[in-house]
Design a binder for this molecule. Structure first.
Ligand SMILES: NC(=O)c1ccc[n+]([C@@H]2O[C@H](COP(=O)([O-])OP(=O)(O)OC[C@H]3O[C@@H](n4cnc5c(N)ncnc54)[C@H](OP(=O)(O)O)[C@@H]3O)[C@@H](O)[C@H]2O)c1
Length: 294
């Protein structure tokens, strides 16, 4: 049985999603990507995370169609990129995403990174799409406490979650507390300590940490499974990306063990505030140089 998130409006989706950033390579969008996502769907994933910036929305749509499983069985997440923010720009970006996905609606649409100067206009575009039924839920990504407070000062539709870089070396306790206070779920990106895009060797990631490996050995599972269970047991969503059959399968097999309170706390204590990806305090300029492909 998969851990499920149940929203106030009755919407349910699996807490464990499939990350699709840089499958194969950065912005790769071809049969290899379709086949990898299809493999994940066959393994049991129904919650799939993409973004206009990933350049692979076509592959996500094709894999879902090729699976033969009804569209309604999936929870598809996409995101509006920094260069696409603003009211009209966001509506256009959404249209383009929907066309690439070849779908009638997106389950959850996120603001990929905060840009306080444009947040209100972008969010109002999202609220319009929500009112039209083209987006079922709205959400945030990389929003800091001040960004959340700003958004909540005008939002008529509340975000269901905030997708953050979160793993044992970056536990983001204070930000999670702000999300909790406002009933906003936390979704963890790079939950295992990032994909190959970061260039970080595996032995420097939390999946190679001695404490995590020790706990994994006690339960007869892998370090990756322990980290994902650490997220789910604490009510978080996680969206690991995997390409190997072994990892795709293992990341869904989290029901055979339970971490103790001591084990959860031992992993919490590994925090060293270490980011593998961008920092919302400084990411803006670099992000604006990254273009969404057609
Ligand atoms: N909102 C944002 O700003 C943002 C930013 C970055 C990422 N994301 C999202 O988060 C998703 C996940 O992040 P990510 O792709 O950076 O990294 P990740 O999921 O933390 O790590 C992926 C890497 O871990 C390996 N792996 C997967 N399962 C494993 C397991 N059980 N044991 C050992 N290794 C395992 C994968 O190997 P193989 O592929 O070889 O199996 C891959 O190299 C992305 O795909 C994307 O959807 C969002």
């Amino acid at each position: 049985m998969q851990h499920e998130i149940v929203l106030k409006d009755g919407t349910r989706f699996p807490a464990l999603g499939f990350g699709t950033c840089a499958i194969g390579d950065w912005q790769q969008d071809d049969d290899y990507v379709v086949d990898t996502i299809l493999k994940a769907i066959k393994a049991g994933y129904r919650h799939i995370d993409t973004a206009s910036l990933y350049g692979n929305e076509r592959s996500v749509g094709k894999a879902i169609k090729a699976s033969g499983i009804p569209r309604e069985a999936f929870f598809v997440v996409s995101k509006v990129w920094d260069t696409e923010q603003g009211y009209d720009e966001t509506l256009n970006a959404f249209d383009a995403s929907l066309k690439r996905l070849d779908m009638d609606y997106i389950d959850l649409y996120l603001v990929h990174w905060p840009n306080p100067a444009k947040t209100q206009a972008t969010w109002q575009a999202l609220e319009h799409l929500h009112a039209q039924g083209q987006v079922r839920q709205l959400g945030l990504s990389n929003f800091r406490p001040s960004d959340i407070e700003q958004l909540l000062s005008f939002a008529k539709v509340k975000p269901i979650y905030n997708q953050l870089e979160l793993h044992p070396y970056l536990t983001q306790r204070a930000l999670c507390d702000v999300c909790d206070k406002h009933d906003i779920y936390v979704s963890c990106w790079s939950p295992l300590g990032s994909g190959t895009w970061s260039g970080v060797p595996t032995n420097e990631k939390p999946i190679a940490d001695a404490v995590v490996l020790g706990i994994a050995e006690k339960h007869g599972v892998s370090a990756g499974q322990v980290i994902l269970k650490w997220d789910l047991q604490q009510g978080r969503i996680a969206i690991p990306k995997a390409e190997s059959d072994k990892n795709i399968k293992a990341n869904l097999e989290l029901d055979s063990f339970e971490l103790s309170a001591e084990q959860l706390s031992a992993i919490d204590q590994l925090n060293r505030d270490h980011r593998y990806g961008g920092d919302p305090d400084t990411a803006y300029e670099g992000n604006m140089k990254m273009q969404v492909p057609d």
